[in-house]
Design a protein around this ligand. Sequence first.
Ligand SMILES: Cc1ncc(COP(=O)(O)O)c(C=O)c1O
Length: 394
Amino acid sequence: MSLFDKFRPLAEARASLGDHDIPPIATPIDDISSAAEGVIGGLPVILAGTNNYLGLTLDSEVVAAAREALEHFGTGTTGSRMANGSYRAHQALEREIAEAFGWPSAIVFSTGYQANLASISTLAGRDEPLLLDSDSHASIYDGARLGYAETVIFRHNDPDNLDRRLARLGERAKNALIVVEGLYSMLGDQPPLAEFVEIKQRHGAWLLLDEAHSFGAFGRQGLGLAEQLDLLDGVDFIVGTFSKSLGSIGGFCVSPHPELELMRLAARPYIFTASPSPAVIAGTRVALRKLVDGQPLRQQLWQNIHRLYAALNRLGYRLGSDQPGPVVAIILPDRATALAHWRGLLDVGVYANLMIPPATPKGMNLLRISLSAAHTSAHLDHIIESFEHLRLAA
Ligand SMILES: Cc1ncc(COP(=O)(O)O)c(C=O)c1O
């Protein structure tokens, strides 16, 4: 008997992928040459499997701000904001996020994962009703566990199902927190947000929208799906991450309710962890400005999205969503085909993501591409030609 015995099924599942010179899961990235190019297995590749939607990771002003903060403030904050002190720049970033939304309050966390963990576990406390979409990200499910909420799962993107489950709560619905995402990262599909907002308003419930993947890509200022659909007034909390469009690491919760500030006093993933490094905060502040002013970046991103969607549809691929977006999931019939597609693309210099169960919904085998404003027209030509060749070879 060993503590490690319980990992055996996972190890077996991992081993069943076979031996590969370049592993398809946790693929080592040898080097980064630009926001959209790198080196894998010693060969240059187009990075089409990162979440670098606006390509800001190597923006010269973002890097300069991070470098300056690194040199001035040092490598880390070495502690929690509550216990060890709250740097001015962290507070400034919170103000800037709140101002972008036109709301009174925002809180910054050390990761997007912790933003969900903190927000959900404190807003939906012990035995309080929490309604989660079945396809929710792990950080949302983990937030439910940390807060000991009474968790009710509704069918993915199904407003009627949510409506019925809220109705069953009776008066308790007024104290219920509903959580949905602005863009689901596995299939790249979007929620019927207007219907969810109508339902939450009719029941007097509360709505938290996780815009991790939609922040930066959707909306005039890049604030996400709620901005794009003019539904910011119908949302109570928005959670976002710095690790995708903003190109760094960290997360936030922003709200029209000034009482959000109280969360700082209760949220364990805020209180009991070190705050983000000064360099991360400085880079993120510049990236946020670029995101809000980033219409040209978004135009480029959407041009790339429409090109790839049109090409994959023309080639007859089954896609995870018919609503175009920066996450493009190609549903393949089985694991072997998905693996062969993944490797076929890599061999011609395109790095995408292989996504297989248990990470995927409904046991699907996916090849997932995330597009970026940093992808040039030549990158798109090459990605599309690579799919054409794979299709011919199939
Ligand atoms: C929907 C969603 N929420 C939260 C997170 C966590 O964000 P981070 O990776 O920045 O911690 C992710 C990460 O992929 C995500 O997809």
